[in-house]
Write a protein that binds this ligand. Structure first.
Ligand code: SF4
Length: 498
């Protein structure tokens, strides 16, 4: 029987529909000029408006701060360091010691050789770090600083002054981060590869440890990953372990020079060459490190997906079990069960809610899969940093959950948040946005709640301690989502059970 002949009559909608009551938005300023539609796609513009990413050295500096007694040394102008320190303080509410070569006009013209040679000398004799992560910037890369030669000169200068033994005790890792070639995501990725290439150079005594490269996450996420390992009785090394360095207890009196507790030790990084496998939880932020160990020593590399939600955490836990021969303990099954129970308890709030997700590519994909697991309908998914695989990976998730959609969600692979916002404004209905703090004004403009998740979140206290990875992290994220929905007053034509 054809559709036309179907005896089932269409049931008319009673009452006022949302389309009828939706009031056209009144511009906030009288001088508001409607957008020129041709200039909304970022690719049509010579300017980025509200970028969804930040600069490449920032990712590398964050990585270095996860190493014990390590200080990033930024080969560039003071501003390239000051704004990063300011950003870290806003996110983590912790001080971040970062040194700068302090480029001025002379360095911009003649190069930064003197700055790095003198700067490293000053840093060592005043702070005695165990590791220096030398992070280049736009200016030093454009000038064409020969950093390999400069660092040899810096080492000689040090040796002459403090002797070979003390000079050799300081590891120096060069991370090339020309910011015009990528974002903070690539900066972290390059740091992972640079640290392992420089320090994990020999496979001597294979051990059964598991390497974890967590990516751009928070101290709370790293603690959750360690918790999963601990429950499975797996010994692991977390590269760039910011769990304590960027969430340190305040214990006066502190000795000077001050280094926060924690961080991955030099010896642990060297030992990563001897591990059984490497897990890079974010392929775009750390995958290069895992692949280096695979190429160099044949260590299996498990690259993604970020363990957000049920399926992705299951995949992570099962892969851990496979590589270590450990079983999945009852305690983790219980955590999984509690998450599934919470999902069942809240399903009537989350199902069919129309949600827009944005963030760093791997985080955005993890969040997208999780909202699909919750029965929500993603209407737009945006990666602040474009990647070769983001579009395909998002499509694969949508194909898996196609019963949730009438229309295909819009995918933004890069672009800027202005373009994302303008698209959201064209939607008839949007219930929620999930993303980092840069979405605050978009949510305000669209008058929908913003659930903060991803990097960076700088306008919330305590966020850095709260995981989104693992079963417990997903449960906490679910509560944030549901409570945001409950707190919000939606138009009257939409059912909402309180
Ligand atoms: S984008 Fe370039 S110039 Fe600007 S802060 Fe980053 S490294 Fe410095």
């Amino acid at each position: 029987m054809s559709v036309k002949e179907s005896p089932v009559k269409e049931i008319p909608v009673e009452g006022i529909t949302y389309d009828q009551i939706k009031i056209e938005k009144i511009p906030a300023t009288p001088a508001y000029i409607p957008r020129d539609a041709r200039l909304i796609p970022a690719e049509n513009r010579a300017v980025v408006i509200n970028p969804g990413y930040t600069c490449m050295p920032l990712g590398a500096m964050l990585a270095v701060l996860g190493v014990r007694r390590a200080i990033p040394f930024v080969q560039g102008a003071q501003g390239c360091t000051t704004y990063v320190r300011y950003t870290f303080c806003r996110i983590f509410k912790e001080p971040a010691a970062i040194a700068t070569a302090s480029f001025h006009e002379d360095a911009a013209v003649f190069g930064g050789r003197r700055n790095v040679v003198e700067g490293i000398r000053n840093l060592v004799v005043r702070y005695w770090p165990e590791v220096i992560g030398v992070v280049t910037t736009c200016s030093s890369e454009i000038i064409g600083d020969d950093m390999v030669s400069f660092l040899k000169m810096a080492r000689k200068r040090l040796r002459d002054e403090i002797g070979a033994e003390k000079e050799e005790a300081v590891a120096i890792v060069l991370i090339n981060t020309p910011s015009f070639a990528g974002s903070h995501v690539e900066g972290y990725n390059r740091a992972a590869r640079a640290f392992l290439e420089t320090l994990a150079t020999r496979r001597t005594r294979p051990n059964k440890k598991i390497n974890i490269i967590p990516g751009l996450v928070y101290p709370g996420d790293i603690r959750e990953i360690k918790h999963l390992l601990q429950e499975m009785e797996i010994v692991g090394t977390v590269l760039f372990d910011i769990a304590d360095t960027l969430d340190a207890p305040l214990h006066p009196p502190q000795s000077l020079p001050y280094y926060p507790p924690g961080g991955t030790t030099l010896e642990e990084i060297r030992e990563m060459a001897n591990a059984a496998a490497t897990f890079a939880l974010q392929p775009e932020a750390g995958g290069a490190g895992a692949r280096f160990l695979e190429r160099r020593f044949g260590l299996p590399a498990v690259v993604g997906p970020m363990p957000v939600g049920v399926a992705a955490t299951d995949a992570f836990v099962q892969a851990l079990a496979r590589f270590t021969g450990r079983g999945v303990p009852q305690s983790l099954l219980d955590e999984r069960g509690r998450l599934v129970d919470a999902m069942a308890d809240t399903f009537h709030h989350t199902m069919m809610k129309r949600v827009a997700v944005f963030g760093d590519p791997d985080t955005a994909l993890g969040l997208t899969r999780f909202v699909c697991e919750l029965g929500m309908t993603p209407v737009a998914v945006a990666a602040g940093t474009p990647t070769r695989t983001f579009g395909r990976a998002a499509q694969a998730i949508f194909a898996e959950y196609q019963h949730l959609f009438l229309d295909q969600p819009k995918i933004f692979n890069g672009g800027d948040l202005f373009e994302f916002e303008e698209y959201l404004k064209t939607l008839k209905r949007l219930d929620l946005i999930i993303g980092h703090s840069k979405g605050k004004d978009i949510a305000g403009e669209l008058d929908v709640p913003l659930v903060r998740a991803g990097f960076p979140v700088y306008d919330r206290f305590g966020y850095q301690k709260k995981p989104i990875v693992g079963y417990r992290g997903a449960e906490l994220l679910l509560y944030d989502i549901v409570n945001a929905i409950l707190d919000y007053r939606y138009p009257d034509d939409r059912t909402q059970q309180l």
